[in-house]
Design a protein around this ligand. Structure first.
Ligand SMILES: CC(C)(COP(=O)(O)OP(=O)(O)OC[C@H]1O[C@@H](n2cnc3c(N)ncnc32)[C@H](O)[C@@H]1OP(=O)(O)O)[C@@H](O)C(=O)NCCC(=O)NCCS
Length: 187
């Protein structure tokens, strides 16, 4: 039976089990090189804004999960409560059965409850646009920017965005010509 559980924090034993499985997907499948790991540490430095984990179990075995983020940002002088989705994964033998979609639906409800106005994520848009479109994400279609652990500023173009609060002013600000500034750390 499928169960999806929300955790504010992970007990030590579960944390190490979960991290190992997640790493198996992201490092194992992508065959990330050592220097890519260092790059990841530098850019994905958003631990302080990690608010919850969603973990999917089938018959008590972990088969997928994701991380939720929340951050207050100031973009073009407007305060925005930004939600985030990071490290979505599903075990290889459980894919294309709608599990990621279920996790994403749950995460969007949760980020709404947490008061987020806009949700940002980065992905391989060419490949996974349709997955995220199901829960309202559209390609940002311009650069986003953030500061890494070292203080260096980065500009990237693989962002997708969903509006929880469909306010026109918010939409205008996020969609303006300037790179969307998500603050310190990607997720
Ligand atoms: C991406 C991932 C989480 C998708 O999980 P999933 O449970 O298989 O996704 P779903 O079954 O909910 O897919 C729903 C729809 O999204 C799209 N989709 C999902 N995976 C896709 C893929 N690999 N390529 C293209 N489209 C895909 C399809 O439209 C799919 O519908 P369909 O199966 O009827 O064609 C999973 O493949 C995975 O863990 N990949 C490795 C880690 C990763 O890349 N994570 C994404 C980080 S941004």
């Amino acid at each position: 039976m499928l169960k999806i559980k929300l955790y504010k924090d992970l007990p030590e034993e579960l944390r190490s089990k979960y991290s190992k499985l997640k790493r198996g997907v992201f490092v194992g499948e992508a065959q990330e090189e050592e220097d890519e790991g260092i790059e990841h540490e530098e850019e994905y430095c958003s631990e302080a804004d990690l608010i919850c984990y969603l973990i999917a179990y089938e018959d008590e075995e972990i088969i997928g999960g994701l991380e939720l983020f929340k951050r207050r940002i100031k973009h073009l002088n407007q305060l925005i409560i930004l939600g985030g989705i990071g490290s979505l994964w599903v075990r290889k033998d459980k894919r294309r059965r709608g599990l990621a979609t279920k996790l994403l639906k749950k995460v969007m409800e949760e980020l709404k409850i947490k008061g987020c106005e806009v949700v940002y994520l980065c992905t391989d848009i060419g490949k996974l646009k349709s997955l995220y479109a199901q829960v309202g994400f559209v390609p940002l279609k311009k650069n986003y920017t953030f500061v890494g652990r070292s203080g260096k500023r980065y500009f990237k173009d693989d962002g997708m965005i969903a509006f929880i609060k469909p306010k026109e002013t918010l939409r205008k600000i996020v969609k303006s010509k300037e790179p969307f500034d998500i603050g310190v750390g990607n997720w």
